[in-house]
Design a protein around this ligand. Structure first.
Ligand SMILES: Cc1cc2nc3c(=O)[nH]c(=O)nc-3n(C[C@H](O)[C@H](O)[C@H](O)COP(=O)(O)OP(=O)(O)OC[C@H]3O[C@@H](n4cnc5c(N)ncnc54)[C@H](O)[C@@H]3O)c2cc1C
Length: 459
């Protein structure tokens, strides 16, 4: 078996892996990125292709080039919620517009860019195991049919949802989060569809509730190329995704005689980020560490940031000659005090939802005035109402939501607990020593969440 020695080995050539590799190579480290797909297939990933927060992509690749090549629709001004029982809701985007991308081209450009700044990319390389001796020292696998081994100071696990590497590492004596279960994931499927005529919602990302706490979406890459897909929570009975999507599309005039250009399915985490994603010589990033918004499924911006931060921390640790858990810990802190706290808070709404039937939640949403929904979601809206309108709205709402007051009150309490949770995440410890105490504080809030919602414990 041939063995290569590098500073950093990155497993997985998606968003997280490319940003990790580009960051390390940009600082002149010897880095190899290992991707199981061929070069032609590289970047082909199941995704809804919608991005909010593109300006937060780390500046280690040519972002203008990425944008020119793959941002096919930069005019997403609103999220539209299609309500099967009543009025649709528009949530206008504040500040920066969102975008929908050509996901394959986006993935190709990231790989090109990682290569351009100096990372080696080995395609057709399937990693099957890790090498460890008190710490992770490398990986082994098959490259173009032959066994291969890579030694490194740090292995970055960017192998996506349900990463195989985590099953192989001995995490005994570390704080790495192993409280991971399939029920904390969502199974999703999407098609890219070319319509005969332009759609009316090319300035919106469109969502629609489905059974089993899932949602169906239409994200317009252009006014005639639509990414349509859906998913369901794996703690619910399985849903026939392909059939459900087919039925939905058949009922919509804009998809009549449309052509399906691409189909792909995948799992994605709909859980809070891993409490700790580091172990000696090992760091997990992106989907491999649960870095996805558990209510929207948006994982691209989190993966990009996590890959970048992990590499930054690894570079420093390698320079200091110490790749222990403590030396890599700062990466955890960066994640948890940034998008980690937000995603952990959003997870509470996911838990709240799991304790209610979709039908009931739709009834509640239907009974609430649009302005109030926008307000509940933390956007402006209610301020646009006059005092008289507010009073009228409140009285009408009380009457319409009769029978759901308990649910609304519980939602209100979950909102309060979400705020408390964010504060705890803001105080994520600076070293592993404070971890257990921090986790106890967080878990006390989670106990209250389960009590208020009546939901089964998710973790
Ligand atoms: C259907 C669907 C719709 C989504 N919609 C959106 C959306 O609209 N907006 C958004 O922001 N996010 C969306 N997401 C989530 C987003 O796609 C992910 O969060 C993001 O791609 C995560 O990037 P990643 O680099 O962590 O993992 P991935 O992109 O999954 O990359 C992992 C890479 O690792 C490789 N790999 C895996 N195992 C091995 C191995 N053993 N050896 C070598 N290589 C390996 C894979 O081939 C792959 O290239 C969606 C996800 C799904 C499934």
């Amino acid at each position: 078996m041939s063995t290569e020695t590098r500073d950093i080995v990155v497993v997985g050539g998606g968003t997280a892996g490319c940003f990790a590799a580009a960051t390390a190579a940009g600082e002149d480290l010897d880095v190899v990125l290992l991707e199981r797909k061929s070069e032609e297939e590289g970047g082909h990933i199941a995704c809804g292709d919608a991005i909010k927060g593109k300006s937060t992509f780390p500046d280690v690749i040519d972002r203008d080039y990425l944008r020119e090549e793959s941002f096919t629709n930069e005019n997403i001004q609103r999220a539209m919620f299609m309500n099967p029982k009543g009025e649709n809701y528009d949530i206008p985007f504040q500040g920066e517009y969102g975008a929908v991308i050509d996901r394959k081209r986006y993935g190709e450009v990231l790989l090109e860019e990682a290569d351009r700044v100096g990372a080696d990319i080995h395609y057709n390389t399937v990693i099957k195991d890790v090498v460890q001796n008190g710490r992770v020292t490398g990986v082994t696998g098959i490259r173009e049919g032959d066994p291969v081994a890579y030694e490194a100071e740090v292995v970055v696990d960017a192998a996506g949802a349900l990463s195989l590497l985590q099953d192989k590492v001995d995490f005994e004596g570390t704080t790495y989060d192993t409280n991971v279960d399939y029920s904390q994931f969502c199974s999703a499927y999407r098609e890219v569809i070319e319509t005969k005529e332009p759609v009316e919602y090319d300035d919106a990302i469109v969502f629609k509730p489905t059974d089993e706490l899932g949602y169906l979406w239409y994200f317009p890459r252009t006014d005639r190329e639509i990414n349509a897909g859906l998913g369901f929570q794996m703690n619910k009975p399985p849903m026939k995704l392909v059939d459900v999507l087919k039925r939905d599309l058949e009922n919509r005039p804009e998809f009549r005689d449309a052509e399906v250009k691409d189909k792909l399915g995948a799992a994605l985490p709909t859980r809070r980020p891993y409490d700790s994603a580091v172990a000696p010589g090992f760091m997990s990033v992106g989907d491999a560490a649960g870095h996805v918004n558990p209510t929207t499924g948006g994982g691209i911006p989190g993966a990009a940031k996590a890959g970048h931060w992990a590499a930054q921390v690894a570079i420093e640790a390698i320079a200091d000659g110490d790749v222990s858990e403590s030396a890599l810990w700062e990466y955890n802190r960066k994640v948890q005090t940034d998008f980690g706290q937000r995603f952990a808070a959003m997870d509470l709404y996911n838990i709240f939802g799991s304790a209610h039937e979709v039908d009931e939640l739709t009834d509640v949403v239907t009974a609430l005035p649009g302005e109030m929904i926008i307000d509940l979601m933390g956007k402006k809206g209610e301020t646009s109402l006059s005092l008289t309108e507010k009073l009228t709205t409140s009285i009408t709402t009380l009457v319409k939501t009769r029978g759901h007051w308990r649910t609304l009150y519980d939602a209100y309490k979950v909102g309060q607990l979400a705020s408390q949770l964010k504060e705890v995440y803001d105080e994520y410890p600076t070293t592993p020593d404070g971890f257990e105490q921090w986790r106890d504080r967080r878990d006390a809030i989670m106990d209250e969440v389960y009590e208020v919602t009546g939901a089964e414990p998710k973790y």
